[in-house]
Design a protein around this ligand. Structure first.
Ligand SMILES: Cc1cc2nc3c(=O)[nH]c(=O)nc-3n(C[C@H](O)[C@H](O)[C@H](O)COP(=O)(O)OP(=O)(O)OC[C@H]3O[C@@H](n4cnc5c(N)ncnc54)[C@H](O)[C@@H]3O)c2cc1C
Length: 415
């Protein structure tokens, strides 16, 4: 097996590195979970897009470079190594766009994708409801057929960045008489400033205001904003999410960069006599590299036309637990200094999540993790963010059930 890169891929890496070196802001942007930071990150998306670096794997007609999954992974490695800002467009790019590529109409792709690539329209994921998280198929928000479109009612919750986003995508119950809960759902897009939409921020432990719940009160959506066939929402949503989570939700580039930061902290502050902590640092470095190799293997399978399917649950459990471990190691290494919280706008921070149905691996509205590191306080913010990893994108309990049943062939547990 050849694990090397082609000359063209190396050249692509070099071009990305050169561009990033010239453009990554010299100071971290304010958190994208704040209004000011959201605007700054939106502008950054525009800068990326101006030189076609915002969605490298998309076809050129929609603003991409038409490159493959390997080049995308290469770009991500360079992106995080350069300490570039978190991606405020991540929900749209990693969840809605793949859905539109597979199930959207040419008109929808032409209308939705270019402004998404430029950061002009930023999307929120509106899947979860107060009574529908892991058991997403029990969602109760409705879509009622009217002339020329649909009328939405209900409540969505835990919507990352919805307080500042422009539009949202989600599933609605369009047929109350369907014989199974996941039948009779319709996948729709809607504006967050439409009449009848109320967006209410949900308080977060870090005090940042972008996380929100949505209340929909007779919100009209035209037919052109239905994705795929009415009633097929579940199949459409699930078809794209597993593969995306397995490959693109959390690229190894992010963890390689974090492990590298930890190693630098160890070299600067570590006590050589503390062999237990030294081993945790070594584990973090090895873990990031293992995740990179595992993802490359998935990418190779994907390129060969194979499905990743339930294997994406392995990825999710691994990176979410890894992220906590690496931050804990850093905080233990830095001691009290690592616990200090920034009082001024800090580095780009994340914003997560998504729901998990009980059967096919669910979507995940991918948070944009903290990237650039300039102070020890970044670790504390990153740690708080990492704690949410086992919850969003489908809880790890659900992922472990999927691994047990589908990969290991164990009997179904009692529920
Ligand atoms: C930071 C963050 C960001 C998020 N962003 C978004 C977003 O942008 N858009 C969006 O739609 N959603 C988002 N979510 C919601 C997220 O997807 C849900 O929190 C998640 O799917 C879990 O659903 P729940 O919170 O309703 O918990 P529940 O489903 O009520 O689960 C509670 C606990 O019970 C366990 N459990 C439930 N059922 C089973 C079972 N069958 N077997 C074993 N254990 C089980 C769960 O694993 C969990 O530990 C976000 C969540 C977080 C934390």
């Amino acid at each position: 097996m050849d694990l090397g890169f082609s000359a063209a891929q190396e050249e692509f890496r070099q071009r990305a590195r050169t561009w990033l070196a010239a453009h990554v802001p010299s100071r971290p942007l304010p958190s994208l979970e704040t209004e000011e930071g959201f605007a700054a990150h939106r502008a950054w998306e525009g800068e990326l897009a101006a030189d076609r670096w915002s969605v490298v794997s998309w076809p050129e007609e929609y603003g991409g470079r038409g490159v493959g999954i390997v080049e995308w992974l290469v770009f991500e490695e360079e992106y995080y190594a350069a300490g570039a800002p978190g991606r405020v467009s991540q929900n749209g790019i990693s969840l809605l766009a793949p859905t539109l590529f597979d199930f959207g109409t040419p008109e929808q792709r032409a209308r939705v994708l270019p402004p998404m690539a430029r950061g002009e329209v930023i999307w929120a994921q509106a899947w979860s409801e107060p009574e529908a998280g892991s058991d997403l198929a029990s969602l109760r928000s409705t879509a009622r057929r009217v002339s020329g479109g649909w009328v939405l009612n209900g409540q969505k919750t835990w919507s990352s960045r919805a307080a500042f986003a422009d539009r949202a995508f989600g599933m609605f119950r369009s047929d109350a008489d369907a014989d199974r809960p996941h039948r009779g759902l319709t996948y729709l897009m809607f504006p967050l400033d439409a009449p009848g939409v109320t967006v209410r921020p949900i308080g977060r432990v870090d005090g940042k205001p972008a996380f929100a719940e949505l209340f929909l009160d007779d919100v009209f959506v035209p037919d052109e904003d239905v994705i795929g066939e009415p009633g097929q929402g579940w199949r459409i949503a699930m078809a794209t999410t597993g593969e995306e989570r397995g490959l693109t939700l959390r690229s190894p580039g992010r963890f390689l960069a974090t492990a590298d930061r930890l190693l630098r902290e160890w070299r600067a502050h570590g006590d050589p006599a503390d062999t237990a902590l030294r081993d945790r640092v070594a584990d973090a470095v090895v873990g990031a590299r293992a995740y990179q190799l595992f993802t490359w293997a998935n990418a190779s399978r994907f390129r060969a036309g194979e499905q990743i399917g339930a294997g994406s649950s392995l990825n999710k459990v691994f990176w979410s637990e890894y992220d906590i471990r690496v931050h804990e190691a850093a905080l233990d290494l830095l001691g009290a200094e690592g616990e200090l919280r920034p009082s001024a706008p800090g580095p780009s921070t994340p914003a997560p999540g998504s729901p998990a149905p009980a059967s096919p691996p669910p979507a995940s509205s991918a948070p944009a993790p903290p990237t650039s590191s300039t102070s020890p306080t970044d670790w504390a913010e990153g740690y708080v963010f990492a704690l949410a990893g086992p919850i969003y994108a489908g809880t790890n309990e659900i992922q472990r059930d999927i691994i047990a049943e589908r990969l290991l062939g164990l009997p179904k547990g009692r529920r």
